[in-house]
Design a protein around this ligand. Sequence first.
Ligand code: GLC
Length: 696
Amino acid sequence: MEGSIQTLRYLAEEILEDMTLDEKIGMIHGGELFKNKGVPRLGIPPLVMSDGPCGVRADFHPDEWINVGNTDDYVTYIPCNSAIAATWDRALARSAGNVLGQEARGRGKDVMLAPGINLKRTPLCGRNFEYFSEDPFLTAQLASEYVKGVQAWDVSACLKHFALNHQETNRLLVDEDIDDDVLEDLYLQVFKDVIDEADPYSIMTAYNKIHGEFCSESKFLLNETLREKWGYQGFVVSDWGAVHGTKEAAEAAIDCEMSVTNDFDEYKLANPLKKMVEDGEIDESLIDEKVIRILILMLRLNMIGEDRLERKDASYNTFSSKAEVLDIARGSVILLKNDDNILPVTRPAIKDKKVLIIGENANRIHSNSGGSAEIKALYEVSPLMGLKSRVGGGTKFDYIRGYCSKPDSNAVDNGTNWQELSLENGGGKQQDGTDADKELKEFRAKLRDEALNACGDYDYVIFVGGLNHDIDSEGVDRRDIELPYEQNELIEALLEKRPDTIVALIGGGCINMSRWIDKCKALLFMYYNGMEGGSALAEVIVGDVNPSGRLPETFYYSEKDCSGVSVGDFGDENMVHYRERFHIGYRYTCRENIKVQFPFGYGLSYSDFEVSNTSYNSGMREVKLTLKNNSDFDATEVIQVYRLPDEMADYLQLVGFEKIYLKANSSIEAIVPVKDKFGIGNYAVGKNVLELVKIV
Ligand code: GLC
């Protein structure tokens, strides 16, 4: 329903007048694992919430963390938020939101619990794949488009996790020690920028504390900042199990308590709250405010209201959605090295040849794990399938596993979902880092030998490895950024025997490749790239697609080079210290001249670009330049504009970017709008944060 918040508030207040205390309280806490209680007597349906950023999560029983197990909840698997960020493409981010909103509406969901916009402060965070970037501008620009895409379908997006949820270790209880200016001007500002740009109808509060207050009960965060200072009237839902105190939550400006247990009427904002109201400890007006904001949300979604518009209808698993997620995946693949132009291996070159594909990740799917972002994908094209299906029968493909993440387990896990116990032991921990036992080491050596013994008999060798959701997952943080499962040993040995091996890594964040990268000539990286990720990777390898992905985060050599949480900090189970202040990611490494493996914004193409005639128009607040594609390939370049350090801000910061498509051997006059909160500064333009040319 259109109309100002005031109009919607007026309508909501009218509806509220007819509600009993029980009905009001039923609206502000979980009545099922993913729903509140509606008010059937007044024609108010329950609000149906669902994860997650990569697609609409499979259905659980109303009060058990066991999947219903029907065949109707297979869905479109969208590239993860990091993969969207790697496209640096606002249109593709909008497309991702469009698919998610359509799928959600098609599956009858009202609130999609996405996107996650916490910054990648440390490469060790297990949920980094669910977040966009280390940079606030890239995050806010792309998340805003994603939110607009979702909400165009009368479905609410939900920014999460508000705020500072930058680690999984002890996430339920950890307190954040951070200077007020850094909290407000960096970490909260990202949420404010998306609120101002895209008007997300919902926000989810984080588990952790800030300055000693749980986010879900923080008057500073919710009453003073979100409601009073920012004027946000949207729906605020707790993370599942993030509310601890009845009085605190009643007085804080949170609207609905969700959790993982099925004692719904015993939730803090259920019977305990009713008792406090009846005892006069809590004024009913505090409940009214929460219910009004829920009713405003439902009015905005055309769920209720006499004069509501016809609510958008939609389908899921459509062919158009698959085409959209393939385009996103194509724009997300990052070419990191291409010495001697080994890539692309064009179709004529590969036809009738023998290709050996090595690596567990060539043959593994990722959609079905990772925590609450897990989904039941209708299908997921692996790199192995992508290559074989795109190159056809003329080429002979063989596959060898080469390494294994863990011993094969034939056990079918039909037990309850991990989330039922997710509030135990602080809600998260670091990988235990235990080495493989003797038997697993021997098994891996056998797999390695098999690959090495075979690799000499093929025209092409492609290795696909990296991480998986045993490592990139909710509830667990990485110990380091090393490549696991003895992949380094295999890649080193492979490159000795076959220096032309094409290496492709898949993961949720940066990986230290220094053991072999100098010997590697052809190197690709992609995040968990959706149901067509394998197709997109194959199309880049054979040259059907010219790679245009760019790193949305710094790829360090070691997590110790990162200014944020190093392993030591995780040791302090109850406190995170933001000693680095504003200097996260490239802001730190550029300022301290720390050598990195690949810089923020980095990515190669099969084409060469030339930038010239750069100028800055202070009146229009935009950079103008000439961009030339000096190749026979149509190509896409990401032009990046950075504000240079000065007395206003002593760090480099991204203030503008545009992804520009160019036909082969053509040039274009490009304009890059600059959004600089610090007023006019000095700017530089380039293709990543280290290759910059100052604009005079
Ligand atoms: C989880 C996550 C949150 C998710 C929610 C519902 O614990 O922190 O991102 O949306 O609970 O599954």
